[in-house]
Design a protein around this ligand. Structure first.
Ligand code: PSV
Ligand code: MN
Ligand code: MN
Length: 394
């Protein structure tokens, strides 16, 4: 691909940032308050819009309900639009109510299952008001002990709830089914891996897709292989980008896992370049979202770096010499193929990205722009930073 084509493709890139990444959140040990952190959804939307103004590629913000509940979503939608962004995926919360101790939609108690399903259906109504395409579903459901519950029964409960929600989605709406290997449950998780999520998705219907969160796999899992499989099956709904070392660490994407992020974008680019129109359409609908909560980082800096790391990974993947790669693959030149890909990984794309920003009247150095911005001064001045506590009681 020549530079102009690469630039044109980079201009199309989109990364959705999460409202929960802008507010104070921490570990179970302590939540450290960050100076200038947003505390209301209105402020979170302002921060998301600011990140978009610095990068040009973060035009939407995901919401988490009820954390981001408001009286009138059309007002929130207008607030976002006035600031130049859209409201993105709606993330229901079926893990924080006291009734969910034994699960939400898989709970042995029918009344709890009904409550959880109702919340999901309420979120479908929220989607309609916010104009969101995606309902992004993550369940904390699982068990801690062998024998604790009937696994097949729970699978059927989950299917029933997902089906009901699917059938109420708006015409062009989708549901993204997220899986997670373990935590908070440790013996079994009802949606533990992509296979389970896929199985439910294909049985439920066309609007059900799988969401890949980079933090939700066993050590050493080849995530790009999962991505390529789901792409080929037409069921890759989206990503939750983050970085992990041990588990669901939710660190800044591309810090500890730059090669993994590049490898994932390589699968994306190959699908975008594929002769199959159906595959190109499918990949064009994938939602690229960040799912991180920053505890010791500066909130805005962390989100900015996350978005820019995705941009760098995509730029590198676009710069692969695919003609040479195809030839090496066909000739069985295994290490040459690897070197062709690694050449792109090691390529310094930062000058190109600087040029791209200048062409789009974006700040050439977004980090410097953040530091010097009025937005940063304003949030540091106007927003209260108080000790938000958290952690075990002493
Ligand atoms: C919990 O593991 C989690 O990090 C999931 O990844 C969800 O997507 C996210 O929280 C928001 O609910
Ligand atoms: Mn996630
Ligand atoms: Mn997670």
């Amino acid at each position: 691909m020549n530079t102009e084509t690469i630039k044109a493709r980079l201009k199309q890139q989109k990364i959705e940032t999460p409202s929960w990444g802008y507010g104070n959140s921490g570990t179970r040990f302590k939540t450290f308050p960050a100076p200038g952190a947003a505390s209301t959804v209105w402020e979170k939307v302002e921060d998301a819009a600011f990140i978009h103004s610095l990068t040009g590629i973060a035009p939407s913000v995901a919401l988490h309900i009820p954390w981001d509940r408001v009286e009138d979503y059309s007002e929130l939608k207008k607030h976002a639009q006035d600031l130049g962004i859209q409201l993105g995926a709606i993330n229901p919360n079926v893990f924080q109510d006291v009734q969910y101790k034994l699960g939400s939609v898989t709970n042995p108690d029918a009344a709890v299952r009904a409550k959880a399903t109702q919340h999901l259906l309420d979120c479908v109504e929220v989607m309609k008001q916010t104009g969101s395409r995606d309902l992004s579903l993550w369940f904390a459901d699982g068990t801690n002990y062998l024998g604790q519950d009937d696994l097949r029964k729970r699978k059927r409960y989950l299917r029933e709830a997902l089906q009901q929600v699917h059938d109420r989605l708006p015409e062009d709406g989708r549901m993204l089914i997220e899986y997670k290997l373990f935590e908070p449950a440790f013996y079994h998780t009802d949606l533990a891996d992509w296979g389970l999520a896929y199985l439910h998705a294909v049985s439920i219907g066309e609007k059900a897709q799988v969401l890949v969160d980079l933090g939700h796999h066993a050590q050493g899992t080849n995530i790009e292989h999962i991505v390529s499989t789901l792409l080929d099956a037409g069921r890759l709904g989206g990503f939750h980008f983050n970085a992990r070392r041990y588990a669901d660490d939710d660190l800044v994407v591309g810090t500890t896992n730059p090669l993994e992020l590049f490898a994932i974008y390589l699968e994306i680019v190959q699908a975008e370049n594929d002769p199959s129109e159906a595959l190109r359409k499918h990949v064009s609908e994938v939602a690229f979202m960040i799912d991180q909560s920053h505890n010791i980082e500066h909130k805005l800096e962390a989100m900015l770096q996350s978005v820019l790391n995705c941009q760098e990974a995509y730029a590198k993947a676009l710069s692969v010499d695919f003609d040479l790669l195809t030839e090496a693959r066909e000739q069985g030149e295994v290490l040459k193929a690897n070197r062709i890909v690694m050449d792109a990984f090691y390529r310094d794309v930062r000058p190109l990205l600087r040029e791209l920003r200048e062409e789009q009247n974006l700040p050439a150095d977004p980090y410097a722009a953040l530091e010097e911005s009025d937005h940063l001064k304003k949030v540091l001045r106007d927003r209260q930073s108080s000790d938000v506590g958290g952690g075990f009681p002493s």
